[in-house]
Design a protein around this ligand. Structure first.
Ligand code: HAM
Length: 439
């Protein structure tokens, strides 16, 4: 039997309804904040991700799924080296949404100089070659937003407020969520801070793991996130970014916190929060569910230098993304049923002789917007009623020989089992009225 790839999932039934529910919440909420939907291709040139996410990040170095056509793969195998491929032929599946959106904004001039900011949201599959485990998949789904052209700290605060409202609307009790925030400084103050952290790691090199020693050279701040407990204990003594911010960054961070306080959003300041993508500067944030082992259910921050890295004019930007699968797991642990029921339907039951009448009636009901089911396997009436229950039908329309001869249909309420007869000419109206009463 063919099998799915480990770390990928099939979305159907209640799981799919939950994913759609999250998209519905996002459409309503983000729409109210002025965000329009965008979809960028699932494959991009590798350089789009390398420029944006950063060459030294795990996401780019280890986790990107590379894409080759069969013909290119043959060439690659013959030449034995990727250098035979042009940049345009080096493709990857998107590991996250921000780099592609920013690439699209540059290419389509979505933020013209002096023009209004662009605000977009997306709901897409992302791909990362990580070791699969609970809440960590190779293909997963994110709902995310990107806000390009806004530099005011009020936009950072609004993004976070919108994110926390999103969690509340999908079913989280806000008291169970932990929001951590930090400022990572900017091009002005971060280089000196990075250098201090690098020196700290080198001063403690006997106590740090191999990975951290490598990080000291390429990305020292990532050592705050090392999986090794001992490294993290040592890093607890490292210089903190918040003690090393320039005046502008400190002021920006203070304003963000002031707005969050004003909006009644609780947060924890965590000066060791560094995030795994290199494009961030100034505000960063992450959300976890208390006592849950699924990891962060969302995160984001400001990335003012990213438009330039993707070849555009200097333009500030910020955003966040939430992981659907992790939110689903966390909500399940909290006992929130996100899957819900299938929407109510109407079942049209018949005997084989009345097939044609049922065909017309079902068609008319569907054209009027009613979710209608019928039997296509020649089942007995009794077994069709069972099917109707399985489909959670609220109403059954029975078209037997007596009904058809009298130009009528029997309507059976599936919860009370009450039955009434209505003229066939009124069937659609009567069904619509009864279904709307059920909602
Ligand atoms: P990220 O923190 O890498 O940020 O991912 C956002 C969320 O996606 C995570 O908090 C988690 O819920 C989910 N996620 C990440 N990796 C996996 C995985 N392997 N399996 C399941 N879920 C996962 C970003 O992707 C940024 N682009 C967010 C952003 C948008 N920043 C600014 N704008």
């Amino acid at each position: 039997m063919a099998q799915h790839i480990q770390g990928t999932e099939d979305l159907f039934g209640g799981y799919m309804r939950a994913w759609q529910h999250m998209q519905d919440v996002a459409r309503d909420l983000f729409g109210a904040y002025g965000f329009d939907m965008i979809e960028t291709p699932a494959i991009e040139q590798v350089s789009t991700f390398v420029h944006g996410i950063g060459e030294s990040t795990d996401v780019v170095r280890k986790e990107m799924f590379r894409v080759f056509s069969g013909a290119l793969m043959e060439r690659l195998l013959q030449s034995g080296s990727e250098s035979s491929l042009k940049a345009k032929q080096r493709l990857a599946l998107r590991p996250e949404g921000t780099a592609g959106v920013v690439r699209a904004a540059v290419e389509n001039n979505l933020v013209p100089q002096g023009g209004a900011p662009v605000k977009v949201w997306y709901a897409e599959a992302m791909f990362r070659g990580e070791r699969p485990q609970k809440g960590r998949l190779r293909q997963f789904h994110q709902v995310g937003v990107e806000w390009l052209g806004a530099s005011d700290p009020a936009s950072d605060a609004e993004c976070i407020i919108m994110l926390m409202e999103f969690y509340r609307r999908v079913g989280f009790d806000p008291s169970k969520l932990t929001l951590r925030i930090n400022s990572m400084g900017d091009a002005n103050c971060r280089p000196a801070y990075r250098q201090k952290v690098r020196q700290f790691i080198l001063d403690h090199k006997d106590e740090m793991c191999e990975d951290c020693l490598e990080r000291a050279e390429i990305n020292p701040l990532r050592s705050f996130d090392c999986k090794n407990d001992h490294c993290r204990q040592v890093m607890a003594g490292a210089p903190l970014v918040t003690d090393n911010l320039c005046d502008d960054c400190r002021e920006h961070y203070a304003k963000v916190k002031q707005y969050l306080d004003e909006a009644g959003i609780s947060y924890i300041e965590d000066p060791t929060l560094v995030r795994g993508l290199d494009y961030y500067m100034r505000t960063v944030f992450e959300v976890e569910v208390e006592g849950s082992g699924v990891g962060a259910i969302g995160g984001g921050g400001r990335y003012d230098g990213l438009m330039e890295l993707e070849g555009g004019k200097p333009t500030p930007g910020l955003g966040f993304a939430v992981g659907f699968e992790r939110m689903y797991l966390a909500l399940q642990e909290l006992g929130v049923d996100l899957a819900g029921q299938e929407p109510p339907c109407v079942y049209v039951a018949c005997t084989p002789e009345e097939r044609d009448e049922v065909f017309s009636a079902t068609l008319a009901l569907r054209q009027a917007g009613v979710r209608a089911e019928a039997d296509y396997q020649g089942r007995s009436l009794k077994s069709q009623f069972k099917q109707a229950d399985k489909h959670h039908a609220c109403l059954c329309v029975v078209l037997g020989p007596d009904e058809v001869a009298a130009g009528k249909a029997t309507l059976r309420d599936m919860s009370t089992h009450e039955q009434v007869q209505v003229p066939l000419s009124e069937l659609v109206n009567q069904v619509c009225e009864r279904v709307s009463q059920k909602h």
